[in-house]
Design a protein around this ligand. Sequence first.
Ligand SMILES: Cc1ncc(COP(=O)(O)O)c(C=O)c1O
Length: 341
Amino acid sequence: MDLSKFPRRRLAFLPTPLVELPRLAAAMAGSRGSPRLFMKRDDQTGIATGGNKARKLEFLVGDAIARGCDALITGGAAQSNHCRQTAAAAAACGIDCHLVLGGEAPLRPEGNLLLDILLGASIHWSGPRRKGEDMPRVAEELRSAGRSPYVVPYGGSCAIGALGFADAARELGDQLAAAGIAPSRIVFASSSGGTQSGLMVGSRLFGLEGSGGRPPEICGIYIDKTEGEGIDFADRVLSLANETAELAGLRPRFDAGDVVLRREFTGEGYGVVGELERRAITLAAGTEGILLDPVYTGRAMGALLSLVESGEIGKDETIVFWHTGGTPALFAHAEELLPRG
Ligand SMILES: Cc1ncc(COP(=O)(O)O)c(C=O)c1O
């Protein structure tokens, strides 16, 4: 099975490295005995400091170009990594980018927002609506001005975008086979669902092999406390996985039992940095020299740390933690990240 029939604009540096993190694993486990811990470094995908959206954007931008579009529109929070990478992808392809961002224009842009501006994106502020709700209005305005915009959905999470992560499962499978590694779980931050559904599809499509001859558990750590539009997030992942499976020609379909989602680590809500995130970020930086981000990977690594500390993940397991990027947001959260006192 290959995905070559889909238009794709190469943007990312692939494959991203798969590295073992023995010092972080040992620090996590204390005297209990550590699991083997690997990290898939999608913070190294390249475009504008890297991140998981580069994989989705290769298929989304490929589709936009195939349709003759001359502008990308997307939306999200002011510190959206997805928006920053979309702006970079548009710049790299010589097309315009319009970002619909939640909140109001700050006096001093920082982190991802600073990069959006440097990348030349036009910014439309949308107040309390931080999930791109105003994108159709901006699209209509551009159409009325004779332009041909392509709307990249929130988080790049539609079936076309998720193909990027189906292909990422193939890439990981090749690396695991070459290194003789059979993971029990793949752990990552899940927020708009494209990463998770793409990995679910890719795991089946390309026969990802885990420990004990079973496929590895695709374990999403839920990031955002609020469920969007009254739709349960696990249902959203399920339907996106099935739409992506349909597009890729995969049968049989998924059912609710196939979605593994841990929801107990959302703390004070989206983007609120607490002790869980602070500890995980400091530990990864101090033991391996690896920077996580405060919103997604810091929370997901904090969740993994909790699962190791509680004994749910023991020394017989092999884990792949998928680093999905987001490091520019560190610079917008300095106060919460610095040691207290
Ligand atoms: C750094 C980072 N990690 C993880 C995610 C979650 O990925 P997905 O939206 O595909 O669920 C995002 C999405 O916004 C992100 O920016």
